[in-house]
Design a protein around this ligand. Structure first.
Ligand SMILES: [Mg+2]
Length: 225
């Protein structure tokens, strides 16, 4: 009889929806940073940003490996508080998160400062035990497996006791391979072998949470095994 004791939540486009425009504003700042520091045109910056995103999981990781940028300085620039303009308190999400009776952690490719600002803007203060941010896994972005190993080590429980909720299918793959339960956020169809379930918005987690605990009790992974 298993039980899920810890839930990891991605931050960006998981706690809030893509429609909030936050990631669009971060993208603008990435472009500005690349234009100013690498002397690239808008078009060149976009081509490089997409190539790095595809190859390394984040633009940031590509910039770090190829240009040796200072991670903290770059993240400070792109995580300007302005990017969170328009994010509003989400009491429905707050209630849903509190219904998940487990330890709750943020597990993000963003900085802790950005994560804490998002949590505050959404009115989710007190909903999370801690933030596992990119600095804690040495700026190696998800989906690099080491990021998940660091997160698991930090929460201190085996993968089979963890649920990971994420909007990126690619970032769910290593979690599933390690044996975590996986929840795809922002979609309605769970890809076989990667996500156990899918929900259109994170606030729906309260509905599927009992089913995850049922699966754990039965020692059952819908997919992957
Ligand atoms: Mg995300």
């Amino acid at each position: 009889m298993g039980v899920i004791t810890d839930v990891l939540f991605d931050l960006d486009n998981t706690l809030y929806t893509p429609e909030s425009g936050v990631m669009g504003r971060i993208k603008l700042l990435i472009h500005r940073w690349m234009a100013e520091n690498l002397n690239l045109s808008e078009e060149e910056a976009e081509t490089l940003r997409l190539a790095y995103l595809d190859r390394y999981g984040t633009t940031f990781r590509g910039l770090q490996l190829n240009y040796g940028i200072d991670p903290a300085e770059f993240l400070h620039f792109v995580h300007n508080p302005w990017v969170l303009e328009g994010l509003k308190s989400d009491p429905v999400l707050r209630q849903a998160l509190l219904a998940v009776d487990a330890k709750r952690f943020i597990f993000t490719n963003s900085s802790r400062t950005h994560a804490e600002r998002v949590i505050e803007r959404l009115g989710l203060t007190g909903c999370f035990d801690d933030v596992i941010d990119i600095a804690m896994f040495d700026y190696v972005s998800k989906p690099a497996p080491i990021a998940y190993e660091v997160a698991l080590h930090y929460v201190g429980v085996p993968a089979k006791q963890c649920l990971f909720a994420e909007d990126s299918v690619r970032n769910l793959v290593p979690a599933k391979q390690l044996g975590m339960y996986t929840l795809l956020v922002g979609q309605t169809i769970a890809p076989d072998g990667v996500a156990d379930m899918a929900i259109p918005r994170l606030s729906a987690i309260a509905k599927v949470w009992p089913r995850f605990q049922q699966m754990a009790a039965q020692g059952d992974h819908y997919s992957g095994k």
